[in-house]
Write a protein that binds this ligand. Structure first.
Ligand code: HEM
Length: 469
């Protein structure tokens, strides 16, 4: 017991003089923050949602420590994009945190690209890079438009019945039996598709015509198989409606004939990007390399841009560049809680004096993270959402409706997230008095919960209607 307490106190002393949340006592560290957050925020809210709130409330710099050790992790929270890129993800790209691996392994299995390291990651990434390149992804527009037709049929039926819909997003199964059986089924299905694909490729490649298939086939899987074959042969050989209104006016039917037209859907792209700024789905979690060879030459500190303070990256800390926080950094995104797509277009922004379009700002928008470990699927996602949104939003309206509640309830967007929950506001007072439900964040009834990634609370329930012009 004495050893435990002594050890804990020694650990807390590592944080003396560093930016951190107020510590009530050395034994409990910052555990009272968990209590505070639980009382103010909606149940199940994603952890990245409240980090900027506590940072602002306790007037901390954009990089600070949160210490829950013995009960949870020690985290270095990073809301400064320059720090994130320079020391953690890009100029210096640190290894993924083992805790992230443990979490992801339960549903991605071992050997996944997200948590792989070293030559294993290098080889996986080179196999899949060609298929996910922008040049290749654009050739898939036709299939995406085609998929939208099927999707459109489904939502057409739902619009006819106006039934209440709710997406089925849930925390991935954690029971070992369920995980095993789900994984087995998934692997069997994927295995079947792979076998089929490999058989077809073999049939299509006539003897003496090696390489012909490499020219014809352009799907992600085909290009990855090409790369794999190459590699293995080396071894063997607010108005939200108003915004969508503009998107609707963009013609979509001709996309099939000219896929490159998607590049002209500039405003639609900006609407998607601004949505991802406010609601980023994921972030990265890194760590210092284990002492030894790997750590040689690695900078063990960061320098915060505004205070110029040097902050060590402690050995057992989870290093968390939090996209949700960075996207609310007012040096780059003034009025960060407001949905203003034009802010992301240099020629249209109302905030030209801000730093978004400078070197410091180039990494401030990071829903897919940055650096060599950034999301390989980002071009594909943006293309899919762009095509599907451009085509669907023209025909349908989606109205948010939680079961048993009034439809399309909107709360005012607060000036900042601390105000919304402070004891000066009606809502803040009511949640403290326990006379209302904790049901919103930054004015959104659809706040984010952690369900493998950040997902909308309640599966974004609502009804679909035909749009009337
Ligand atoms: C809106 C959708 C998506 C978002 C917001 C997103 C976001 C991210 C983020 C933040 C990372 C970094 C994770 C980390 O460092 O731990 C990541 C990595 C990754 N993503 Fe995505 N992703 C999306 C969709 C996709 C899709 C559709 C695919 C594949 C079809 C994909 C494949 C990957 C892979 C393989 C990595 C690991 C890359 C590497 O480490 O080299 N993602 N994604």
């Amino acid at each position: 017991m004495v050893y435990f307490v002594d050890n804990l106190i020694r650990k807390r002393r590592q944080l003396d003089g560093l930016p951190q949340l107020p510590m009530q006592n050395r034994l409990l560290g910052h555990l009272h923050i968990a209590d505070e957050v639980t009382k103010l925020f909606p149940p199940g809210v994603h952890a990245h949602v409240w980090s900027e709130h506590v940072r602002t409330k306790y007037k901390l710099p954009k990089v600070f420590y949160l210490d829950w050790r013995q009960f949870g992790p020690l985290g270095l929270y990073i809301g400064d994009p320059v720090v994130a890129s320079k020391y953690v993800t890009t100029t210096q790209s640190l290894p993924k945190n083992p805790l992230a691996r443990v979490y992801l392994e339960t549903f991605l299995g071992r050997n996944d690209m997200v948590t792989a390291e070293g030559v294993h990651w290098d080889s996986l990434r080179s196999i899949f890079n060609p298929g996910f390149s922008l040049g290749n992804i654009i050739t898939l527009t036709d299939s995406i438009v085609h998929a939208r037709v099927t999707f459109g049929d489904v939502i057409h039926t739902k619009a006819e019945t106006s039934e209440l819909l709710c997406s089925r997003s849930s925390e991935p199964a954690r029971r070992p039996w369920k995980l095993w059986s789900n994984g087995r089924r998934l692997n069997a299905e994927i295995g079947k598709e792979f076998d089929l694909k490999i058989r077809r490729r073999a049939e299509q490649t006539a003897p003496g015509e090696k390489g012909a298939i490499h020219k014809k086939k352009r799907s992600v899987i085909d290009l990855s198989l090409n790369a794999y074959e190459k590699e293995t042969s080396m071894f063997i050989n607010d108005g939200w409606t108003a915004f969508f209104h503009r998107a609707r006016q963009e013609t979509a039917d001709i996309l099939k004939q000219d896929p490159y037209l998607v590049n002209k859907l500039e405003y639609t792209t900006t609407v998607i990007r601004e949505t991802m700024r406010i609601f980023p789905a994921a972030s990265t979690v890194r760590c210092r390399p284990t002492p030894g060879k790997a750590e040689a030459g690695v900078l063990g500190f960061v320098i915060e841009s505004e205070t110029r303070k040097q902050i060590p990256m402690l050995a057992d800390a989870m290093l968390r560049p939090v996209a949700h926080m960075i996207h609310r950094n007012t040096r780059f995104f003034p009025n960060p809680l407001k949905f203003i797509p034009e802010r992301l277009i240099q020629s249209q922004t109302a905030f030209p004096e801000k730093k978004l379009f400078t070197d410091a700002g180039k990494d401030a928008f990071r829903p897919f993270e940055k650096g060599p470990r950034s999301c390989i699927g980002q071009e594909l996602v943006i293309l899919e959402v762009k095509v599907i949104l451009a085509l669907t939003a023209r025909e349908f309206d989606f109205v948010l409706e939680y079961p048993g509640e009034e439809a399309d309830v909107r709360y005012p967007t607060p000036e900042n997230m601390v105000d919304e929950l402070s004891d000066n506001t009606k809502y803040g007072k009511a949640i403290r008095a326990g006379t209302t439900k904790r049901d919103r964040f930054e004015g959104h009834r659809v706040y984010q919960r952690l369900m493998s990634a950040a997902k909308p609370n309640g599966g974004y329930p609502g009804r679909i209607y035909f749009h009337t012009w």
